[in-house]
Design a protein around this ligand. Structure first.
Ligand SMILES: C[S@@+](CC[C@H](N)C(=O)[O-])C[C@H]1O[C@@H](n2cnc3c(N)ncnc32)[C@H](O)[C@@H]1O
Length: 285
């Protein structure tokens, strides 16, 4: 079987540099603007293609070590190429953050942007890891997305996916069960409500401050969103369908996004929270 460009892209989570301009990249400077002093060690969790590490290395000459932990081998390879000019100041580690292994770092800053929902429902493991790897006085800068959710726990990207599946003949009311049957947790379930997350974080950290902004996604056309979906979600949602239907599915997601852009002036909007956390000793699992 010949794969369409989007199918191939979804398999490797490729094209993220371009796709992330629509949403995730805006977290980068928002987070780095909150770094104070002259950090020596910064650890980025779910470091993707190394964009945040690159920006941090440029901004903070004091950084001796810019460390990335990431699960995707494709993304680590892209980050390695991007960060080669920084030589020994960079270390990239393959890691599964749902079961993070100890590493010999004490970080002045730990960052994690647009990742935590992928670790649901075992986020406490990475939170304990961060607490144990912060240097005295260090900060954890975390961004979390909070789309509204319906009674089935669907919202955000799940809504676009539901509309796309409907366009392919799946009745909308059958979508929650289809996702459930295939073991695909809705993203709006993975992204816990901000209050619930605040309670979880308080078991490990002192919440020093938080800020919120609206992440509004707009697109030029259907193709641009098709690529954004593939680069961001890979075949996470497409996997509920027979592989022969994947190319149609990605096209349908693109069409739904384009229609929303035409009628609403945007594809989606949701609050994003940036938390500044410091280690709380004596708590958490
Ligand atoms: C939406 S991207 C965010 C990338 C980058 N932090 C940014 O803000 O652009 C989510 C990243 O988390 C990584 N990821 C997801 N689950 C993971 C896990 N269990 N362990 C390590 N990395 C994971 C993905 O491979 C991907 O690079």
């Amino acid at each position: 079987m010949t794969l369409s460009d989007t199918e191939a892209q979804a398999r490797t989570l490729g094209g993220y540099d371009d796709a992330s301009r629509l949403r995730q990249v805006h977290d980068r400077d928002w987070v780095l603007d909150r770094v104070t002093g002259e950090p020596g060690v910064l650890v980025d969790l779910g470091s993707g293609i190394g964009q945040l590490l690159e920006a941090a290395l440029e901004r903070f000459p004091s950084l001796r070590s810019a460390v990335g932990l990431e699960r995707s081998a494709h993304r680590i390879a892209e980050a390695t190429a991007r960060l080669r000019p920084y030589g020994a100041r960079v270390a990239l580690h393959p890691a599964d953050l749902t079961a993070p292994a100890p590493l010999p770092y004490r970080a002045d800053v730990v960052t994690m942007t647009s990742v935590l929902h992928w670790l649901y429902p075992v986020e406490h493991r990475v939170l304990a890891w961060v607490r144990d790897h912060l240097a005295p006085g260090g900060s954890f800068l975390l961004t979390t997305y909070h789309p509204a959710r319906d009674a089935h726990g669907l919202g955000g990207e799940d809504d676009l996916v539901r509309a796309a599946l409907t366009g392919l003949g799946v009745p909308p009311e059958a979508v929650p069960e289809l996702l459930d049957d295939r073991g695909v947790l809705p993203i709006a379930t993975r992204t816990r409500p901000a209050d619930e997350l605040g309670e979880l974080l308080a078991g490990f950290f002192t919440v020093e401050e938080w800020w919120e902004r609206e992440a509004v996604v707009t697109v030029r056309d259907a193709a641009q969103y098709e690529h954004f979906h593939a680069a961001t979600f890979g075949d996470y949602y497409a996997s509920v369908l027979d592989p022969a239907l994947h190319a149609d599915f990605y096209r349908a997601v693109g069409r739904v996004a384009e229609e929303r852009q035409r009628t609403l002036g945007r594809v989606s909007a949701m609050p994003v929270r940036l938390w500044r956390l410091t280690a709380r000793t004596g708590g958490g699992a």
